[in-house]
Design a protein around this ligand. Structure first.
Ligand SMILES: Nc1ncnc2c1ncn2[C@@H]1O[C@H](COP(=O)(O)OP(=O)(O)OP(=O)(O)O)[C@@H](O)[C@H]1O
Ligand SMILES: [Mg+2]
Length: 134
């Protein structure tokens, strides 16, 4: 699985649109594609008709479980586009720093989670939040 992170310090510059567009194009070409929403606003999650205010489990649970392999599959959802799945964000992600920021092992959560689904997808696109501290 090839993993692409779509990131930029600025807000509103097309990160989510880029992730959705590339993922859609590749799934249309028959590739198995995963999109990962790391933004507490959950705009990518909403794009696929899911509600970041109420969705459970979500990417937040991946962090809660330190990227444990068994925790990833329950978070995975198929979209209405064939071959395209999503790991959705919930607004709880906004509390991540405060709730779990000081726990050890948090730096490898995304890497571990991607490794857990690497044999299921050809590509993964990670939609990153804007850099609030920049
Ligand atoms: N190539 C483009 N041309 C014109 N408009 C675009 C393009 N890409 C994105 N937009 C529009 O720009 C706005 C912001 O796009 P998007 O939400 O993808 O940005 P973002 O970087 O993910 O924002 P945020 O930092 O808030 O997550 C949206 O209204 C989107 O429709
Ligand atoms: Mg975005």
């Amino acid at each position: 699985m090839k993993v692409w992170a779509v990131a930029n310090q600025k807000g509103g510059v097309g990160k989510t649109t880029t992730a959705v567009s590339l993922a859609g194009l590749l799934s249309n070409r028959g590739r198995r594609v995963l999109v990962v929403d790391l933004d507490p606003h959950g705009s990518l999650t909403s794009y696929f008709g899911l509600d970041p205010e109420s969705i459970e489990p979500s990417v937040y649970d991946l962090f809660k479980n330190r990227g444990d392999r068994d925790a990833v599959l329950p978070v995975l959802r198929e979209t209405n586009i064939e071959g395209l799945s999503v790991l959705p964000a919930s607004t709880a992600l906004a509390t991540l720093d405060r709730q779990l920021g000081t726990r050890s092992g948090m730096g490898l959560v995304v890497q571990r989670s991607m490794a857990a689904v690497a044999d299921r997808f050809d590509y993964a696109f990670i939609d990153c939040p804007r850099c609030w501290g920049c």
